[in-house]
Design a protein around this ligand. Structure first.
Ligand SMILES: Cc1cc2nc3c(=O)[nH]c(=O)nc-3n(C[C@H](O)[C@H](O)[C@H](O)COP(=O)(O)OP(=O)(O)OC[C@H]3O[C@@H](n4cnc5c(N)ncnc54)[C@H](O)[C@@H]3O)c2cc1C
Length: 369
């Protein structure tokens, strides 16, 4: 009989496991508590930021990148190879970009002068852009449709099924490995728990260090005509991602502490991506809680929006929507990959790169079965 795998959670991590398992010939049942996946995987930038990851995250990101391309082709996920433009507005930021360009940038990447970098954003007014690093190969996906499209593909597969509105309450081992849900039990051969920041609800002993990182986001109209462009990172992004690490990054941190303590205070990563309808997803701030309060601080939103407005050479951006995103975070690790019981894999990304590496995690777990 075909081996049956149950996957808990229809976010990008769970569905990446589902696609890999179907490709490997298994029977798959995805179980999702909500009527649609509405948590981390639809609230993000959709930035598959392969080029700025380092170490293990870098390896996973490089494995995941071609899987995203195949999801676009096979599943119809809206994802385009947009590349990333990191812009420098100070000498210290430019130093970080030059260091990355010289040492670690993917083939096809190039340093741009300020005028060329600004032109990529459709900016003609002087906005202080000194230079930019165009990073090749990164992908921008539409996070609002991606997981719904993958779930529909899984559900339409002859060996696949997605059960929405079904909450998993626990896992039992005897007499067979079984998922206990509010709509009855499902006996299977293997279980993957991919419940994102809610991982501690089912396995509290594994997730003691996992907390909730809250981010403030907005979708805005473009202030001027822009073709569908790259994902855009700024100086605060250069303090965040592993590939920017190096002596120049330390100089930038010192500079930021002196001139932009306001951005450091909200742990900002000022960046945006462009969606198929042309609108921009703008963010973000970071704050960590045990239980995330729902309130958005308007001063923080104003700060982030003001930064992007000034980069794009406009007074004010027209906001279409605002929301809060939450992802799992841990001070000690970037990933949680455990086997609490025989036949049970628990996978959660505990830093904000699940869109970038999720497909590779799915492929690796399934290859290891
Ligand atoms: C604002 C924001 C911006 C981000 N930007 C990026 C980015 O640009 N690039 C990037 O790589 N990453 C980004 N991230 C991180 C990325 O979104 C996450 O790492 C990723 O979406 C996590 O996917 P997941 O499938 O583990 O979690 P989720 O998408 O949260 O999915 C988990 C699912 O499990 C379900 N579930 C939970 N408990 C149960 C249960 N008991 N029974 C049944 N179902 C259950 C939930 O309903 C949910 O649908 C961002 C995150 C946020 C919040």
């Amino acid at each position: 009989m075909t081996t049956h795998i149950a996957i808990v959670g229809a976010g990008i991590v769970g569905l990446s496991h589902a696609v890999a398992a179907l490709d490997a010939g298994y029977r798959v049942t995805v179980v999702e508590q909500d009527a649609a996946a509405v948590l981390s995987s639809i609230r993000n930038f959709g930035h598959v930021c392969t080029s700025v990851q380092a170490g293990e995250l870098g390896e996973l990101a490089r494995e995941a990148n071609p899987i995203w391309r195949s999801l676009a082709e096979r599943v119809g996920v809206e994802a385009r190879v947009s590349g990333t433009l990191a812009v420098a507005r100070t000498e210290a930021e430019e130093g970080v970009l030059e260091e990355l360009a010289a040492l670690r940038a993917p083939a096809g990447s190039e340093m741009l002068d300020g005028k060329t970098a600004a032109a990529m954003l459709g900016v003609t007014a002087p906005t202080g852009i000194r230079s930019g690093l165009r990073l090749a190969g990164d992908i921008t996906a539409n996070p609002r449709t991606a997981v719904a499209k993958i779930a529909a593909w899984v559900d339409a597969h002859e060996r696949g099924e997605v059960r929405f509105n079904t909450t998993v309450r626990g896992v039992s081992e005897e007499p067979r490995l079984t998922l206990e849900t509010n709509r009855g039990d499902v006996a299977v051969d293997h279980i993957v728990i991919a419940t994102g920041h809610l991982v501690g609800r089912l396995f509290p002993e594994l997730a003691g260090d996992v907390r909730e990182c809250v981010l403030q986001m907005a979708r805005v109209k473009t202030p001027h005509v822009m073709g569908l462009g790259p994902a855009v990172l700024t100086g605060t992004s250069m303090l965040r991602y592993g590939a920017f690490e190096g002596p120049a990054q330390e100089a930038l941190r010192t500079e930021m502490q002196a001139i932009r303590p306001d951005l450091l205070e909200i742990d900002a990563n000022v960046m945006f991506t462009q969606q198929p309808d042309g609108t921009l997803l703008v963010g973000d701030s970071h704050r960590t809680f045990d239980a995330a309060p729902p309130f958005l601080d308007e001063r923080w939103s104003e700060l982030l929006l003001g930064e992007v407005a000034s980069l794009l050479g406009t007074e004010r951006l027209e906001v279409l929507e605002r929301w809060q995103g939450i992802y799992a975070t841990s001070a000690d690790r970037d990933l949680l990959r455990e086997t609490p019981l025989p036949g049970v894999s628990v996978v959660s990304v505990t830093t904000g790169v699940g869109m970038t590496i999720g497909p590779a995690l799915g492929a690796r777990t399934i290859a290891d079965l």
